[in-house]
Design a protein around this ligand. Structure first.
Ligand SMILES: [Zn+2]
Ligand SMILES: [Zn+2]
Length: 367
């Protein structure tokens, strides 16, 4: 079948919307007509070669749409179902069996390998295979092949123009607070970075009735939004050392730091803001995959501090995405406030706008 997809032809090149051939869904696969797709930092990282992904290829990994066809053995969804797409996982390794698919032993191959497990690609152009299966979807396109393991069935009245980011950025920030930290009422959270992941974490802090939610963010409009969404404080890092600003608010330090920046200097301030038995959660993707953070050993022991790496908010999307949608329907998790919609054809302009700090989470829509 012919579809339109945003093809990256070489590392660092623009996205070019072109005709692409998509194959039929194979065993366990689902063909999804994409209604909208969120733009996430990882798409841009792949475009610039910071993640290994075969070029020419198609990325995009916060897709939402309607099932158009199913392959052999698919039981989870049927044609006509609305779905959100998330990350892929094998379902068979020790982590998957424990319900921790973000730590699937095949995570890298299944999400960044650019091919199906059998080495074939779902996408081609003029007979030449394209890098595909990005996060098990490659949804910067009018249709995508996903695996039944990484589609989440939605209610018939789900709004397909907003649900895509639940599959990655929003579940990552919210899941870090609700699953990884399991933050409880009355505790204090510090969020480093007021982008879509950080603000999703702040929204989750509101869900959990935290007493203090501090967002550190250089862009004034994002600080204002953080306060509107329920953060108790928003700090400008240019106004002085962050840890001093935090201690002025909460002298004992915070219980949790959610770091979305992957910046070594910021992490130093994160550690200096931590209270006893505090936890730092690492969810930012460093530009240099070999980047190292420094931890004061004595200080870490005195505090009883923990540092944890977190993938996709430790979430099991089949359970967590419906949970977030139920909170949204109850008016308790207004993640749609983070979203700016743009036509799919404006993908390159949307990336430039996001880079300039305009818009928190851009969702590209078809039609
Ligand atoms: Zn697995
Ligand atoms: Zn993402």
């Amino acid at each position: 079948m012919q579809i339109k997809a945003a093809v990256i032809h070489e590392i660092g090149g623009d996205f070019v919307i072109e005709d692409v051939e998509i194959g039929d869904p194979q065993s366990g696969e689902v063909l999804v007509e994409i209604a909208s797709v969120g733009l996430c930092h990882t798409d841009v990282a792949a475009q610039h070669g910071h993640l290994p992904f075969p070029m020419p290829g198609v990325v995009g990994h916060e897709g939402a749409g309607v099932v158009k066809a199913i392959g052999e053995g698919v039981t989870k969804v049927a044609v006509g179902d609305k779905v959100a797409l998330s990350f892929n996982n094998c379902g068979e390794c020790a982590s998957c069996k424990k319900g921790e698919p973000g730590y699937c032993a095949s995570f890298m191959a299944l999400n960044f390998g650019g091919v199906r497990p059998d080495g074939t690609s779902a996408l081609s152009q003029g007979g030449t295979p394209l890098g595909s299966n990005f996060f098990g979807q490659s949804s910067f396109a009018t249709a995508a092949i996903a695996n039944q393991r990484n589609v989440v069935k939605l209610a018939d009245d789900a709004d397909l123009s907003i649900v895509g980011p639940l599959g990655c950025g929003v579940q990552t920030g919210a899941g870090a607070v609700m699953n990884s930290f399991d933050a409880q009422a009355g505790e204090a959270l510090l969020v480093m970075g007021g982008g879509s992941v950080g603000l999703s974490g702040a929204l989750a802090g509101v869900v959990r009735n935290l007493s203090t939610i501090i967002v550190v963010e250089p862009v004034a409009s994002r600080r204002e939004l953080a306060l509107e969404l329920g953060a108790t404080h928003a700090i400008d890092p240019a106004a002085g050392p962050v840890s001093e600003q935090v201690r002025a608010i909460i002298p004992a330090g915070v219980d949790y730091v959610l770091d979305t920046t992957a910046n070594v200097a910021v992490l130093g301030e994160a550690f200096a803001s931590l209270g006893y038995r505090g936890t730092i959660g690492l969810i930012g993707v460093p530009a240099d995959p070999e980047a190292v953070m420094f931890l004061p050993m004595m200080g870490a022991q005195v505090l009883g501090a923990k540092v944890i790496g977190i993938v996709e908010g430790d979430s099991n999307p089949d359970e967590f995405i419906p949970e977030l949608l139920a909170l949204h329907a109850a008016g308790k998790f207004p993640f749609d406030r983070l979203i700016t919609k743009r036509p799919f054809g404006e993908l390159n302009e949307a990336i430039a706008a996001q880079h300039a700090g305009e818009g928190i989470k851009i969702v590209l829509t078809h039609g």
